[in-house]
Design a protein around this ligand. Structure first.
Ligand SMILES: Cc1cc2nc3c(=O)[nH]c(=O)nc-3n(C[C@H](O)[C@H](O)[C@H](O)COP(=O)(O)O)c2cc1C
Length: 333
């Protein structure tokens, strides 16, 4: 089934290694039926040379879901994209933003901001290999690059290879001297530059990413003419606040669930199926810790789950106990 992924990209949850795994995405999908979800980055060498195709597993409920690839070899990326499309992903995204050492050593991620022609070549090869849309997530520049010069040139070169949709993390990556974590906070954000890119390339679908903390802020970017907003950490740490009311606030659709407690109950069948297949409770509940963030009982919720979910044999009754504590605090307040 071909889905309207471009519409879903009005609000997306950013790809985040170790965080946006399939369990996390299942939760996020329960919270918002309309938003676009991204996998963690999967490297093309792992898929093509390492045979790690289990990394592509996902639940059909996650659609629309995009696979993010890392790599810089056009033929290998094309082969990886093909595996992703065959697995059923709705979009293949190339990572041109990740500054980690490991990734730099393989020449992928943000360092590719310095090689727009190679990125274009990679995207051409990927586009030729799959029917689904190929998109790019990038930075505004790296190291001593001047973003106002390199970003438009990058977009122009990559768009000429047929890429029509980009997510732009609105800060540079400094490849020397900053850790990956620091590279998400220290280089200053330049939202106006992303807005200037929309004015310069009105035909491109551009999402802004970086430091966006609320749906109100997302709405403001859309109202100002951007096509999409991508949210990472806030969606992970406050999933209800960012995603639970997004269908109404961003897409003009009815929201699916009444509150975070309803989300917890809706997760139970998924949790039971996972445990039944030999999985551990903690693998799912670790993504649920922020569900009550900012609400009465948030602390108790986190405590019960953090203390109990890794214990052998922990199951849905622990989740219900944590929920009962939240409800107890709410009733007392
Ligand atoms: C734990 C973590 C892992 C990340 N992994 C990836 C990744 O695999 N691919 C990628 O393009 N960006 C990755 N990022 C960057 C995010 O996608 C996003 O660009 C960044 O966090 C800024 O958005 P935010 O301020 O809304 O979180 C990661 C971020 C975090 C916090």
């Amino acid at each position: 089934m071909k889905r309207n992924v471009e519409n879903a990209a009005r609000l997306s949850v950013a790809p985040m290694m170790d965080w946006t795994d399939r369990h996390c995405r299942y939760l996020h999908r329960l919270l918002s039926r309309e938003s676009l979800l991204y996998t963690e980055m999967v490297t093309a060498p792992a898929l093509v040379r390492g045979g790690a195709v289990h990394l592509l597993d996902f639940s059909p409920e996650e659609h629309p879901v995009a696979l993010q690839l890392g790599g810089s070899d056009p033929a290998e990326l094309a082969a990886a994209a093909r595996l992703g499309a065959e697995a059923g992903y709705d979009e293949i995204n190339l990572n041109v933003g990740c500054p980690s050492d490991r990734v730099q050593s393989g020449t992928f991620g943000a360092v590719l901001m310095k090689q727009p022609e190679l990125v274009a070549e990679c995207c051409s090869a990927m586009r030729a290999a799959v029917d689904v849309e190929v998109t790019v997530k990038c930075r505004i520049g790296v190291d001593d690059q001047e973003p106002r010069e390199v970003l438009p040139a990058f977009l122009e070169t990559v768009a000429a290879a047929g890429v029509g949709r980009f997510a732009i993390h609105a800060r540079k990556a400094w490849l020397q001297g900053l850790s990956p974590k620091e590279n998400r906070d220290i280089p200053p954000l330049d939202y106006p530059l992303v807005q200037e890119m929309k004015a310069a390339f009105p035909q491109l679908h551009l999402s802004v990413n970086g430091g966006i903390a609320s749906l109100a802020q997302a709405r403001a970017f859309l109202d100002a003419g951007l096509d999409g907003v991508m949210i990472g950490r806030a969606a992970y740490h406050q999933p209800w606040d960012v995603l639970g009311t997004a269908d109404a606030a961003i897409f003009g659709q009815a929201d699916g669930l009444a509150g975070p407690d309803a989300a917890v109950r809706a997760m139970l069948p998924y949790i039971e199926a996972h445990l039944g297949a030999g999985g551990r409770l903690h693998q799912i509940t670790r993504h649920m810790l922020g569900l009550f963030a900012g609400r009465p009982g948030a602390r108790q919720w986190r405590r019960v789950l953090s203390e109990g979910a890794s214990q052998k044999g922990a199951g849905p009754e622990l989740v219900l106990r944590a929920l009962a504590e939240v409800e107890g605090v709410a009733a007392a307040g």
